[in-house]
Design a binder for this molecule. Structure first.
Ligand SMILES: [Zn+2]
Length: 225
């Protein structure tokens, strides 16, 4: 299955019609802007980027927008390697902000990605892309089975996003193949994962890769796992 097939998958994305309606409504508006703290501007010029990123930066921003680019850039520097799951976390968090019309201060996040890499790398992407961080006390990692799965709460509205099983399976196969070919956690393994990550970064459309469940809970009632 070519990676490009991750883009077009009509009819299997949303679990609830309500979600589609809300998502469409919110897709129409721009994402809340990320205020800069230290940087005057985020680098987008190819000359400021690594040689394997420089040729694709224009296409990444054209396909996925500047806010996803900023969150991915910060995540990759924080996470200190290019990884598929951390990028899935970036796309998941931006998608949650899009559906819930949330700024960087609005969300509480419950990650279901566990504490063991590579799946737990997803949580770093979630922190940067949503602004919900361990330091701010607005994100936690739930006990239980680990998966590419998280719950986002804004006020009384709760959104669960899970990576589509077919995409998760594809990522697992690619990671297992890299381990077989290069050994686990070797420099060659990380090089192979880096190449794969760039492909997934470019090809995964956040509007199409998640199963989305939107619900609401009564005031005072916490988010359910
Ligand atoms: Zn990682």
């Amino acid at each position: 299955m070519p990676l490009s097939s991750l883009r077009a998958r009509p009819g299997c994305v949303t679990a609830l019609a309500l979600v589609a309606a809300v998502a469409t409504a919110h897709d129409a508006g721009p994402l809340h802007e990320r205020p800069n703290v230290v940087l005057a501007r985020f680098p987008t010029d190819p000359s400021a980027l690594q040689p394997d990123i420089a040729p694709v930066v224009g296409e990444i921003i054209a396909r996925h927008g500047e806010e996803e680019w900023k969150a991915a850039l910060l995540t990759n520097e924080l996470h200190r390697h290019l990884g598929i799951y951390s990028l899935v976390g970036v796309k998941m968090g931006i998608r949650a902000r899009e559906v819930l019309d949330a700024s960087l201060d609005d969300l509480r996040v419950e990650s279901h990605a566990g504490l063991h890499p590579p799946v737990s790398c997803l949580t770093d992407g979630l922190q940067v892309s949503t602004g919900a961080s361990l330091g701010r006390g607005t994100i936690c990692v739930a006990d239980g089975p680990a998966g590419a799965d998280a719950v986002f709460t804004r006020g009384e509205v709760r959104l669960r996003l899970r990576l589509r099983p077919d995409i998760l399976q594809r990522i697992r196969q690619d990671v297992e193949k890299a381990v077989r070919q290069h050994g686990d956690l070797t420099p060659e393994y990380f090089e192979a994962i880096r190449r794969l990550s760039i492909d997934y970064w470019l090809e995964m459309d956040r509007r199409e890769i998640f199963l989305e469940e939107l619900s609401s809970h009564a005031p005072g009632e916490g988010p359910q796992p």
